[in-house]
Design a protein around this ligand. Structure first.
Ligand code: KIV
Ligand code: NA
Length: 269
């Protein structure tokens, strides 16, 4: 099977309607990508890897090197989904030229198909600059975690009329600039629906609405790997407990010398 392409993703929304919602999950490692790939349309190498993999307090300290390395692993571990890489904080905001250098490096070093960047109207010129030069861009509006120091936290957006209007305007600006899809994160549901109606490209919701053209979750959150997760995460599994209980069994068997047992040992012929 050939890998899906950015135009195929974009064209899943026809005349404002996406019959079958787009499925996106985050992936950071090759093995994780292998397991998720058959079930997804898109794999996102999110800068959420700052918290999820590196134990950082936010996405602010995430580097280009981290993104490029994990993106390369995810591309190696997948053959079906479109792989999208987050541009880390500081790598694209100052100018369209900076953004192009960063995006080109990420795609060249990883083999991913597209980048994602946060911000609306303020980033529209940059999005157009990249798309015109051969780099597909996914937008990201609403709750944009790289702006945590400006927003003051990770609360839902769009509760005031002014904020709601701004989010819809941001999404429209990104669409006009050529974004092939837009993540809508952490907004009140009516605004997620308004954004989805306002733009012709697919919206991908997280803490948004089932009416978006697709959904994304942080895979580790979905699996129950984190102690604290936002309201919008559904924990489909409790993998943290599985890992913890497995480690406890192993530790016990090492300590009472029942591991390794006869099945795990080599003996002379
Ligand atoms: O970094 C990330 O995982 C993301 C998704 C939550 C959209 O940006
Ligand atoms: Na992100």
């Amino acid at each position: 099977m050939r890998r899906l392409t950015v135009p195929k993703i974009r064209d899943r929304k026809v005349d404002g309607v996406t019959e079958e919602p787009l499925v996106m999950l985050t992936a950071y490692t090759a093995r994780q990508a292998q397991l998720l790939d058959p079930h997804c349309d898109l794999l996102l190498v999110g800068d959420s890897l700052g918290q999820v993999i590196y134990g950082l307090p936010s996405t602010i300290p995430v580097t280009m090197e981290m993104m490029a390395n994990h993106a390369a692993a995810v591309v190696r571990g997948s053959y079906h989904s479109v792989v999208v890489v987050d541009m880390p904080f500081g790598a694209y905001e100052a100018s369209p030229e900076d953004a192009f250098d960063s995006a080109a490096r990420l795609l060249k070093e990883s083999g991913a198909a597209a980048v994602k960047l946060e911000g609306g109207e303020a980033m529209a010129e940059t999005v157009e600059f990249l798309v015109k030069r051969g780099i597909p861009v996914m937008g990201h509006v609403g709750l944009t975690p790289q702006a945590v120091n400006v927003l003051g936290g990770y609360g839902a957006r769009g509760r005031s009329d002014a904020e709601a209007e701004k989010i819809v305007g941001d999404a429209k600006a990104l669409e006009e600039a050529g974004a092939f899809a837009i993540v809508v994160e952490g907004v009140i549901e009516p605004i997620a629906i308004a954004v989805t109606k306002a733009v012709s490209c697919p919206t991908i919701g997280i803490g948004a609405s089932s009416q978006c053209d697709g959904q994304v979750l942080v895979t580790d959150d979905m699996l129950g790997m984190f102690e604290r997760v936002p309201r919008f995460v559904k924990r489909y599994e409790d993998v943290a407990t599985t890992i913890s209980e497995t480690a406890a069994k192993y530790a016990e068997e090492v300590r009472n010398r029942s591991f390794p047992g006869p099945d795990q040992l080599y003996q002379p012929k």
